[in-house]
Design a protein around this ligand. Sequence first.
Ligand SMILES: Cc1ncc(COP(=O)(O)O)c(C=O)c1O
Length: 291
Amino acid sequence: MNTAEQYFQIPSPLHKIHLFNKEVWIKRDDLIHPFVSGNKLRKIFFHAKHAKEDNAQILVSYGGYYSNHLLALAAYGAIGGFQTKGFVKGERPKKINPILKLCMLYGMEIAYLTRGDFANQRQSFGKIGNQYFIPEGGASSLGAKGCQAIVEELPNSFDHIITPVGTGTTLSGILQSVEQKKWETEIHAISVVNDRLGIEKLVKSITTRQYTFYQKLGFQKLNTEELAVVKELVQKSGILLDPIYGAKAMNFLKDAITSGKFKNDETILYIHTGGKTGWFSEKMTNHLMKL
Ligand SMILES: Cc1ncc(COP(=O)(O)O)c(C=O)c1O
């Protein structure tokens, strides 16, 4: 991985734990870097590579007030020798939050866009002048290409892979790689957003590999079962999930195992897609306090 490789734990570790009475392997992309973590490095990597090849100096992208993606980009820029600019959805807040402050500490220039302008611009992509635009969340075929590495780094195939889904970019990369390897793995895609058509459209534009789609509604909401799963996992293994994606995908896995969905001898891999700073938004801190 590029000149910045010494800063990232790549390949990310693969940990085996005993969970819900079953052996479960966890791909620890959350350990890649404190902030360029989970699928964030994967989704930024090829955009940054193209930006460097095109001699762009400024990486530009989009996100919300508590965007993991913008923080990852800010840290990546400082490591990789880029200036960075982040467009944030909404008005300039009266008091800046720690995530945006960290972005600025890493050197990111922050600008605010009205919701309308944000919606129009958030998928900007490619080089304009000395700036290279990355769509919000790194969601694109280049982002998916980076996510292929999640599977390429595995030493062997698994019978089941479970991954959380937002835009479907990470899922697409996983599917592409599984297809190339001709694995028969069943991919369980746990969507936390209510946009099945949008996800399917993105995935189809990238790969025809099949997967099983599940919908876990309640974006940015945590129910008591999901909170209990987060607590159980962190107290048993020291592995902390993010509250928005991981909590729901792990809750799916618990239900699947306890309801006997998997055969005894089948191997299971869960993808930890990072995102722990998600706990620091106001909403999620309220949930954290209940744990
Ligand atoms: C922690 C975490 N997990 C999973 C996802 C979903 O990834 P994707 O948008 O590639 O489906 C995201 C969103 O970027 C995320 O922040």
